[in-house]
Design a protein around this ligand. Structure first.
Ligand code: C5P
Length: 395
């Protein structure tokens, strides 16, 4: 099956200077075996680990190495090489190369190809575990995620330097599987998905506010599962302590009004999944200064917040809308009523007291066809099941 799965795809394989460069040779072979046309671009440092001749033999094409050679002819070879590709995969991607990408630098051929691209860019980081965990690397990764670069791995384990930890490049077969899953066979490949997650925070004064209990775990898991299925995912997130899922673009918001504006700015989309626990009320005008404690108490005038899900579902260009309902009693009846009131085709119901802050959840999916119970499982597992259900509706 793999023999045809990448057929007709032009892949630009970028190799940068890490010891994992030797694995890129095997990756090049696997990509070609899977039917892809592979063009290899190497940095100067990569040439210290593996010779261009190796990649020329494996890809059957001259290897792109120097920006100055690329200036032959009309001098536009770097633009053409990135235009001709369907995707760029940089494997291994060193800490240095990730830093360059994050800053939009283009001081060699490979970084120039990446900057000039209009196609998806995947990177497979490979570095020492301390370099991976270092604050600058993590800052650069956050930027790359925000720029829509898809980060594959790294794996954790024993490293060439003798240390153990995260930073090992995924194995060539795993990288191939990721490309196939996300770029070619993903159930949501080519779809745009917007997810809301976490609580919102509605200020009362500069130090106090109204919020909901929500860790954001379910919403983040849903965003991650949608990306795994090949979608371009925007995660509009209220305040949480969670890391941005790989390959997902996150927009941070605080209030329901900001969440609404951020979601509307992402439309049109194919799917909208409202997982956020949006505060139902806000204080009409938050105090500019900290309110003083008063023994006689405090009365707050509360105004309803906009219902983002209902508003998106009512649009003429409405995406496929999915709501979540956390109820404390009469789960199915309340959730089905909510599905009809908000006019959404799919609603995910769970018992509130059963899920807060936990890593697992027991869910019931409600759609026009009826109930689909999902027995208790890890939220990442549930999120994948939800995404499969959505994909089945769409396809
Ligand atoms: O009305 P309730 O908060 O129970 O509905 C839950 C669903 O509606 C969730 O999917 C939630 O993200 C969404 N919602 C929203 N905007 C609100 C309130 C809820 O999008 N203001």
């Amino acid at each position: 099956m793999a023999a045809v799965s990448l057929s007709g795809k032009n892949i630009l394989l970028g190799v940068t200077g890490g010891v994992a460069a030797y694995k890129a040779a095997e990756l090049c072979r696997l990509l070609r075996k899977a039917g892809a046309d592979v063009r290899v671009g190497m940095t100067e440092a990569a040439k210290r680990f593996v010779t261009p001749l190796t990649f020329q033999s494996l890809s059957g094409k001259p290897v792109l190495t120097s920006i100055w050679e690329a200036a032959d002819g009309d001098g536009m070879a770097h633009i053409r090489a990135s235009r001709e590709a369907d995707l760029i995969l940089v494997a291994p991607a060193t800490a240095e190369f990730l830093a360059k990408l994050a800053h939009g630098r283009a001081d060699d051929l490979l970084s120039t190809l990446c900057l000039a691209r209009s196609v998806p860019l995947y990177v497979a980081p490979a570095m020492n575990q301390a370099m991976w965990s270092a604050a600058p690397t993590q800052r650069n990764l956050a930027q790359l995620h925000a720029d829509g670069v898809r980060v594959l791995g790294p794996a954790a384990g024993e490293q060439a330097c003798g240390e153990t930890g995260p930073g090992r490049m995924l194995e060539p077969a795993e990288l191939l599987a990721e490309l196939l899953a996300g770029h070619v066979h993903g159930e949501l490949a080519g779809r745009r998905v917007v997810v809301t997650a976490g609580p919102t925070f509605e200020p009362i004064d500069p130090v106090r506010g109204l919020t909901n209990r929500s860790s954001g775990k379910m919403g983040y898991a849903v965003a991650s599962a949608a990306r795994e299925a090949g979608a371009a995912v925007c995660l509009v997130s209220g305040p949480t302590c969670l890391a941005v899922p790989a390959g997902v673009r996150r927009v941070d918001v605080e209030t329901a009004a900001q969440m609404r504006a951020a979601v509307l700015a992402e439309l049109p989309a194919d799917v909208f999944i409202a997982v956020a626990a949006v505060a139902d009320y806000r204080v009409e005008t938050a105090a500019r200064q900290k309110l003083k404690k008063d023994a006689s108490g405090l009365r707050l005038e509360l105004t309803p917040t906009p219902d983002i899900l209902a508003e998106v579902a009512a649009r003429a260009d409405a995406p496929f809308c999915v709501g979540f309902a956390a109820e404390t009693e009469n789960l199915i009846a309340h959730a089905e009523a909510k599905r009809q009131r908000k006019n959404v085709p799919l609603l995910v119901a769970n018992l509130a007291q059963d899920t807060f802050g936990r890593d697992s959840a027991e869910l019931v999916l409600l759609d026009a066809a009826g109930r689909h119970p999902l027995p208790r499982a890890d939220k990442t597992v549930q999120a994948r099941a939800i995404i499969r259900h959505i994909a089945a509706h769409l396809n």
